[in-house]
Design a binder for this molecule. Structure first.
Ligand code: SAT
Ligand code: MN
Length: 611
């Protein structure tokens, strides 16, 4: 089919599949008229389609096939050196009212932004193919799932979305004349003049990642990397979903999901939020040091939490794959991930070994003697820069994870028994505390903080608040997000079904500056205490920060700990906590009137408890 659009260009489109809703077809035609691609391809999600795209990407130099004996079905992508991460400074929440975006988001007027983007997107796909990528977040047909369609001119983004979501015709069929879907428009922002040769990783210096929360719409320009471009992930499943969830009574959470079975065979489900650089993927694939406890993976990054008909909070992992940070993933830290990455993986910006395999910092203790680094340059252990980019990634299907729970894609979701908030804190925050009630738990989530680990983010060691680990991911005012948690919890509470809430900190340091707690597999002991609390088996003592384990309820010596270290893990230092509370007061004040009364009340209670 050929159509004349926007006056001067023609494009050929394979016909829209019969399954396509008329609104989707009309929208795709509008987007094609605006962006003027050479052709349109509707993606069906088949294996043949994926392999065809991969072959094209290898030919274009975007992907390098790895040694098929060592990493069957796996490829390496090297991005443009300036397109290596999400760009928060170019991420916008364009709510109609600025107040609805809150002080932590970049806001722009939606009418003005639409004008800006209309100019920018005009002809932006010239010389390229527009792929139409329908996807379902959550098991296809689940009442908790939501659908979207992304148009993109990046085949790399198509195959990534194919791994990260349920992509293709099945998802397209979910869009019927009476249900809502999220349109997402993406371009690398690098149109090709006739005859112009393409580059391996097209992108633009100009970048925009724009969300219209009321219209449930996403527009992204100029990047092909991660959350900038795989719009199903942070843009849809967190930012747009937080606005949808607020209106529909469910919660989009930046949380991993675990299934845990205790030695007596009781099954629990846990949702846990951690800011970045706290070992979230490692915890999602925890191999317990206490083998009587079984831990299985349901999700590593995002959870959608919805009150169920039975009054309990149910959760799905809306994604279908893992887009994980490679550096720091090794046999010691995450053997499950190392095993999961043996085949059928697309790696981005890791290093290449001389025999066509991959390597990154932390994969092995000893680096290989020679590598090709993420920029494609020679690298030896003497090189001053890392071989893999610190934000280099693996993209892999969740089904490849050996610890994936058989219920991970249950359309009904799993019932949540406990919610955990964790940060990276050298001081003040004990190894584990239980919130006194839901409102106290919401306060712990709202005031969550981590120490800065990279100089680029500010002074190393300084506290960075990351409420609910949602700071860059909320499509609503953060204060509204807190109020929404309070509302959902109050409903659950009325039915006696609100999950217990806990705070953990694997990163407290002793006076010698060393971590007190061994972490990793030993974190299972903390998880066991948490679930024994839920089970009514573990005792606690009340402290100013919440409930703490009584002596003997966690076997710390089996984790190689001394009594002194154990005490230090739970030390309540009045003076230093008071100083932090002053910082918390300032932090809450920065949200003005939007801070819910219950959060203020919890803060007052803390101040009282510390006196
Ligand atoms: O790049 S993503 O936003 O998908 C992932 C991340 O930033 O952690
Ligand atoms: Mn994340």
């Amino acid at each position: 089919m050929t159509a004349t659009v926007a006056g001067h260009r023609t494009y050929s489109a394979n016909p829209a599949p019969a399954a396509a809703d008329a609104r989707v077809v009309a929208w795709v035609e509008r987007m094609a008229a605006l962006t003027q691609p050479d052709q349109i391809v509707w993606c069906d999600g088949s294996d043949e389609e994926r392999q065809g795209l991969i072959d094209g990407l290898v030919e274009a130099g975007t992907l390098t096939q790895l040694n098929q004996d060592k990493r069957p079905g796996s490829y390496l992508a090297r991005s443009h050196p300036d397109d290596v991460a999400r760009v928060e400074s170019r991420t916008f929440i364009c709510s109609r009212d600025e107040a609805d975006a809150g002080p932590t988001n970049n806001w722009a007027d939606p009418t003005e932004m639409r004008e800006t983007l209309d100019d920018l997107f005009d002809g932006c796909m010239r010389g390229r193919t527009m792929y139409v990528v329908p996807f379902s977040m959550g098991p296809v047909g689940s009442p908790l799932a939501r659908v979207g369609v992304q148009v993109t001119d990046s085949p790399y983004v198509v195959i990534s979305t194919g791994t990260m979501t349920r992509m293709g015709t099945q998802a397209l069929r979910q869009i019927t004349p009476n249900n809502a879907w999220v349109p997402a428009v993406h371009t690398v922002g690098a149109p090709l003049a006739p005859g112009e040769e393409d580059v391996a990783w097209p992108c633009s210096d100009t970048k925009y990642i724009v969300h219209y929360p009321e219209d449930r719409e996403i527009w992204s320009y100029g990047s092909a990397y991660g959350g900038n471009a795989i719009l199903a992930k942070k843009a849809f499943a967190l930012r747009i979903a937080s606005a949808i969830g607020r209106d529909e009574g469910w919660i989009a959470a930046h949380m991993l999901l675990l299934k845990v079975t205790n030695p007596r065979g009781r099954v629990f489900h846990v949702a846990a939020a951690f800011p970045s650089a706290c070992g979230k993927t490692n915890f999602a694939m925890l191999q317990p040091s206490i083998p009587e406890w079984k831990v299985e993976t349901i999700g590593d990054d995002i959870a959608w939490l919805a009150p169920g008909a039975d009054g309990r909070l149910r959760a799905i992992n809306p994604e279908a794959g893992f887009f994980g940070v490679a550096p720091g993933t090794g046999e010691d830290t995450n053997p499950v991930a190392v095993d999961m990455l043996k085949r059928d993986v697309v790696f981005t910006n890791v290093a290449l070994t001389d025999d066509g395999d991959v390597w990154w910092e932390g994969l092995t203790e000893e680096p290989p003697a020679h590598l090709t680094d993420w920029r494609g340059n020679d690298w030896t252990p003497d090189s001053p820069t890392p071989a893999a980019h610190p934000n280099s990634r693996f993209t892999v299907a969740a089904s490849q994870c050996s610890t994936i729970a058989d219920t991970w894609d249950d359309p009904a979701g799993v019932p949540i028994d406990a919610i955990i908030f964790g940060g990276r804190r050298a001081t003040n925050v004990p190894l584990v505390t239980e919130a006194r009630d839901w409102e106290h738990g919401v306060y712990l989530g709202a005031t969550l903080a981590s120490e800065r680990t990279a100089a680029a983010e500010g002074t190393v060691g300084e506290l960075r608040r990351d409420p609910f680990a949602m700071l860059p991911f909320s499509g609503t005012h953060m204060g509204d997000h807190w109020q929404h948690w309070l509302n959902v919890g109050a409903d659950l509470d009325r039915q006696g079904e609100a999950p217990a809430i806990f705070q953990v900190n694997w990163f407290r340091k002793g006076e010698d500056g060393k971590f007190l707690w061994p972490g990793f597999a030993e974190n299972a002991r903390v998880l066991a205490w948490i679930l024994d609390r839920v089970d009514g088996r573990a005792s606690y003592t009340d402290g100013p920060l919440g409930r703490m384990p009584v002596d003997g309820s966690i076997n710390y010596s089996a984790a190689g700990m001394t009594r002194d270290k154990w005490d230090a893990l739970f030390e309540v230092n009045q003076e230093s906590l008071q100083a932090e509370a002053v910082d918390t007061s300032r932090f809450l004040a920065s949200y003005g009137d939007a801070v819910p009364e219950a959060v203020h009340a919890q803060h007052e209670e803390l101040l009282k408890n510390l006196n």
